[in-house]
Design a protein around this ligand. Structure first.
Ligand SMILES: [Zn+2]
Length: 295
């Protein structure tokens, strides 16, 4: 295990929020690959005494985390349509700040479903970086050559290459956000836009659920709120245009699964929603944030 400093202050001055709930010695790949089930395992969660940033500390060695993500696979099949609606909505907002659509990069692009949407919105060249080999294998054949099986790092693309860099539900998984933002700044054209979408630890849902919130999870090395997101991007010289609570669109049954309800009630509701016409799409501000920052 390695000690983490606060990514904003680069110092180690923190208070413990939650103790870790697993035995480090027992952690192995099996636990990691099985952990798609909601096991709610997390590292020790701390809060920086200087700036309030919430982060996991200590965490596993970066090489181990990266190896785990190389083997990971997320199937979005059931959710793709709704995720495209949500993320696609926010991509359209980028036009407020930057109109050029020559090249777009997505960090953590999975099977490339969003790159497909970016093309539909008129981006001429779309690229993705994704460490999960199996996810990339599922990408459409025409997109596959544009997805690098890798983590974002210097040298993958020329400097000042992209109009837009997107990152959906990924930043809080990354152990070195400073390196990621430095890379993004180098890769963006002047006036290019970073569009980041991730959990909001300051949201009503996170406050209400506390330790039971699904965001308190071993996958999350950092947890941001609107203030710490803004501070992170400003630290790297970006002009932050907006940091807002973000909505998600999901079917009602997805929200029911997510919500902490008694099991019997949950099963009853899920059965009920199988009736035709009841499992409607619902837009909710459930605990995510979206940031637009300009170089
Ligand atoms: Zn700090």
């Amino acid at each position: 295990m390695v000690q983490q400093n606060c990514a904003l202050c680069e110092r180690s001055d923190f208070a413990v929020v939650y103790q870790e709930n697993f035995d480090v010695q027992l952690l192995d790949e099996k636990i990691f690959s099985a952990r798609r089930l909601p096991d709610r395992i997390h590292y020790r969660i701390v809060r920086c005494n200087r700036c309030g940033l919430i982060y996991s500390n200590p965490i596993l060695e970066v090489e181990k985390i990266n190896a785990w993500y190389r083997k990971s696979f997320v199937s979005y099949d059931a959710q793709v349509e709704n995720l495209v609606r949500t993320y696609g909505h926010y991509l359209q907002q980028v036009a407020r700040y930057h109109a050029e659509k020559e090249r777009l990069l997505e960090i953590g692009c999975g099977n490339g479903f969003f790159l497909d949407e970016a093309q539909r919105q008129g981006y001429a060249e779309v690229y993705g970086v994704e460490p999960g080999e199996k996810s990339v294998e599922k990408a459409p054949p025409e997109l596959r050559p544009h997805i690098l099986v890798d983590v974002i790092r210097p040298g993958l693309f020329p400097n000042e290459y992209f109009d837009v860099i997107c990152c959906f539900q990924t930043l809080d998984h990354l152990p070195d956000p400073n390196a990621v933002l430095a890379s993004c700044r180098g890769l963006l054209k002047k006036n290019g836009v970073a569009l980041f979408f991730n959990h909001n630890v300051g949201a009503w849902s996170a406050k209400l659920l506390g330790r039971a919130s699904p965001i308190i999870d071993i996958e999350h090395t950092y947890l941001y709120d609107k203030r710490t997101m803004r501070a992170l991007f400003e630290k790297h010289g970006f002009t932050v245009r907006e940091v807002n609570s973000a909505f998600n669109i999901h079917n009602l049954s997805y929200w029911v699964r997510l919500f902490p309800l008694p099991k019997k009630m949950k099963l009853f509701l899920l059965r009920l929603l199988q009736r035709p016409g009841l499992d409607v799409r619902l837009k909710m501000y459930a605990g995510n944030l979206v940031l637009f920052a300009q170089k």
